[in-house]
Write a new protein. Structure first.
Length: 295
């Protein structure tokens, strides 16, 4: 990959949050799945913190009809702040004010119908403009010393990047799957990308997980493609067409991924994040040891 004369800055992050989270019903009947907590913070806050660490300053949320709680979470709450101040709860007040730094701005765009991830990303076009942007799926939680998006931003040089990890062959029909080619530093050139192929049809078991760094040219292709797998407009199909215009790269990120779209992955994330929590770790570890003896 030839170095560019000027490394582009990525300051927009798109969060597709319009899904209904049916696997977590009834918990998600009235509350977005992205508001499910991992210990003491909702998934969407972890997502925003990761994007901010990577340099994003404009946060674009593609929402649905039941997602008002996300807007409320990142809005100020003068009444609660006044109450905490009056009660002398300075630490809680500081934590509340740090949910969204003053330098970051939030944009909310309603997805009119559940037409797929590709359509959700296309809805962000007016807010993104003609600039590279992150796409972050909040229910893919990645615990890493350096955030996954930061790792990708450091390696961005005008070619789109998808985060990947190896998955069991019998799970390829749950992911976009890539066939990789030549290596370019830490990146692998993507030769082919397919949405949710059956294991016997999959070109590999290298799966795209919920982190993307895309160039705005992808919007043109998302506008033109029709329905793909599941009757939806698939982001994977748009990226496949983007490969006709530019190189697309796969990046094996450093970190541990938790699939919080599944109940088991969500529970695993809560346990491991609790074991790393400065206030809870010691007592929780003791509880788990006692529980393990009892079972």
């Amino acid at each position: 990959m030839q170095p560019s004369s000027k490394k582009p800055r990525v300051d927009v992050a798109v969060f597709p949050v319009a899904g209904r989270g049916t696997r977590f019903l009834p918990a998600t009947k009235a509350s977005p799945k992205e508001m499910l907590p991992i210990v003491d913070k909702p998934l969407i806050q972890y997502a925003v913190e990761e994007a901010l660490e990577a340099g994003a300053r404009r946060l674009v949320f593609i929402t649905g009809s039941s997602k008002r709680a996300i807007e409320d979470h990142f809005d100020s709450d003068g009444e609660l702040e006044h109450l905490l101040l009056k009660q002398g709860k300075s630490e809680q007040l500081k934590m509340l004010k740090s949910v969204l730094p003053s330098y970051a701005s939030c944009i909310y765009i309603r997805q009119p119908a559940p037409l797929g991830l590709g359509h959700a990303v296309l809805c962000a076009r007016p807010a993104v403009g003609d600039a590279p942007f992150f796409v972050h799926l909040a229910d893919d939680l990645i615990d890493a010393e350096e955030s996954c998006l930061s790792q990708m931003a450091k390696r961005f040089d005008n070619g789109s990047i998808v985060a990947v990890q190896t998955v069991p062959h019998n799970q390829t029909d749950k992911y976009g799957i890539v066939k990789s080619g030549a290596r370019h530093g830490d990146l692998l050139r993507v030769d082919r990308i397919v949405e949710k192929p059956k294991p016997d049809k999959a070109p590999s078991n290298l799966a795209v997980v919920g982190r993307y760094l895309l160039t705005p040219r992808v919007f043109t292709h998302l506008e033109r493609i029709g329905e793909g797998a599941g009757g939806e407009i698939q982001l994977t199909d748009g990226i496949a067409r983007l490969m006709n215009d530019e190189a697309v790269y796969a990046y094996r990120f450093a970190g541990k991924r938790f699939d919080c779209a599944s109940k088991l992955g969500y529970l695993q994330a809560n346990v491991e994040y609790a074991l790393a929590h400065p206030e809870l770790a010691s007592k929780f570890r003791g509880y788990l040891r006692k529980l393990a003896r009892d079972i």
